[in-house]
Design a protein around this ligand. Structure first.
Ligand code: AMP
Length: 126
């Protein structure tokens, strides 16, 4: 179900539980600011999620309230993960859903990284 990205942060969301180690994940990369892990329901041959360690509901919340260090660390982590996975030469796609109309389901900011096949033109289906 899509979430309301204007609501306060919910400590019981599934990615908060992953960050606390209460739910297992297939970690790809971790540093001070970010955790990257494989999506449980991949939509491409490679589908990795990168999340900030701080409590941010969405890209909107993060871009408005995170510190420059958190934002810099997170953006660099996304680039690092894609580079280390060999995605730069073939290419990859980034996606961050925000709120109801985007169908964001987990209320903790996550950037999807898709790669591993030609992904076709960007589609926004109705
Ligand atoms: P979104 O629709 O942008 O909120 O995407 C949420 C993503 O989280 C989906 O692609 C799900 O497959 C993924 N997801 C949900 N639970 C887990 C989990 N426990 N481990 C890894 N990925 C998950």
């Amino acid at each position: 179900m899509a979430i309301d990205a204007t609501l306060p942060y919910d400590d019981d969301n599934i990615f908060a539980k992953i960050l606390r180690g209460e739910i297992p994940n297939k970690t790809v990369y971790e540093d001070e600011h970010a955790l990257a892990f494989h999506d449980i329901n991949p939509q491409a041959p490679q589908h990795i999620l990168v999340i900030p360690k701080g409590k941010y509901v969405s890209w909107d919340d993060f871009s408005a309230k995170a510190s420059d260090a958190e934002i810099g660390g997170f953006v660099r982590a996304v680039g690092h993960v894609a580079r280390e996975a060999g995605m730069v030469e073939p290419g990859y796609r980034l996606l961050a859903n925000v709120g109801h109309d985007s169908h964001q389901e987990v209320p903790h900011l996550h950037v999807h990284i898709f790669s591993g096949k030609p992904l076709g033109p960007m589609l926004v289906r109705g």
